[in-house]
Design a protein around this ligand. Structure first.
Ligand SMILES: Nc1ncnc2c1ncn2[C@@H]1O[C@H](COP(=O)(O)OP(=O)(O)OP(=O)(O)O)[C@@H](O)[C@H]1O
Length: 245
């Protein structure tokens, strides 16, 4: 469904004496299958968020191809209704001048489907909030509530895939667990899938069907979650030993 082939990405380095480039992703290739939850895990700086931005079409690879349903993800018409995102920084993800109602309806307005019947109260209840939140502004929400609003907004246009980039990392432990549960429930209700970018292997193992491990911009492993303990690459073994021991 979402297909990534031979993707490379580099950025210009700030170097006064020569034109150097920092190679951030090397020859990445994989396929996200419709309805699945695919985890992308790796240590800080391994290139996870960069890959996320490429999958969302926010940035373009230097080389390689990314398609969704056979069409280039770089085309806005391909992305519309196909993929949405939830980021770590929920405080800046919502327009501070928007009420919760406006924030949740924004994707529908952008997709040109704002006139279709839409039960915003039901969606709000599904993410564990009630209709009294509709008139609140972002500064009137707790971190957990704001991230629930971001999730509701990502779900509202019913995309086939939601990319979550460290979406639970800034939340307290118990709230993280609630949001993971919520994501599982929404997946059942709406039949969509996720791409779950995280450095938290345990959260990935809890939520994901398959897990991809990246190190230094290279994909070192892509396995079914139940096969995680049988990973082959030394890096993946070391990464897992830190959690399992
Ligand atoms: N826009 C950019 N310009 C220059 N370098 C960048 C840019 N974005 C990312 N990088 C560099 O690319 C590398 C990978 O960054 P990236 O944010 O993708 O890693 P990550 O695995 O998501 O890390 P973290 O878990 O800390 O967010 C880092 O060395 C980073 O400094």
């Amino acid at each position: 469904m979402l297909k990534v082939e031979g993707v490379n990405k580099s950025y210009r380095q700030t170097d006064w004496f020569r034109k150097a480039r920092n190679q951030v992703l090397r020859d990445i290739g994989f396929e996200w299958r419709q309805g699945e939850t695919l985890g992308i895990i790796g240590e800080s700086g391994s290139g996870k968020s960069t890959l996320g931005r490429l999958l969302l079409g926010i940035e373009e690879p230097d080389s390689g191809i990314i398609t969704f349903g056979g069409k280039p993800i770089s085309d806005r018409s391909t992305r519309r209704g196909a993929i949405s995102a939830v980021f770590q920084d929920y405080t800046s993800s919502i327009n501070p001048f928007f009420t919760v109602r406006q924030a949740i309806l924004e994707p529908l307005r952008l997709a040109g489907t704002a006139s279709r019947p839409f039960d915003i109260g039901k969606l709000l209840r599904q993410v564990g909030l009630d209709e009294s939140y509709l008139t609140r502004y972002p500064h009137e929400l707790s971190g957990g509530e704001a991230q629930r609003v971001c999730i509701a907004r990502a779900v509202s246009a019913e995309p086939q895939c939601i990319l979550l980039d460290e979406a639970i990392s800034s939340l307290d432990g118990s709230v993280q667990m609630q949001v993971l549960e919520l994501l599982k429930q929404l997946r059942t209700s709406y039949g969509m899938g996720y791409i779950f970018i995280t450095h938290d292997i345990q959260a990935a193992a809890y939520l994901c069907d398959r897990v991809m491990i990246i190190c230094g911009g290279e994909m070192v492993e892509l396995v079914e979650t139940e096969e995680l303990k049988h990973v082959q690459s030394p890096y993946a073994k070391e990464l897992l030993s830190k959690v399992i021991s």
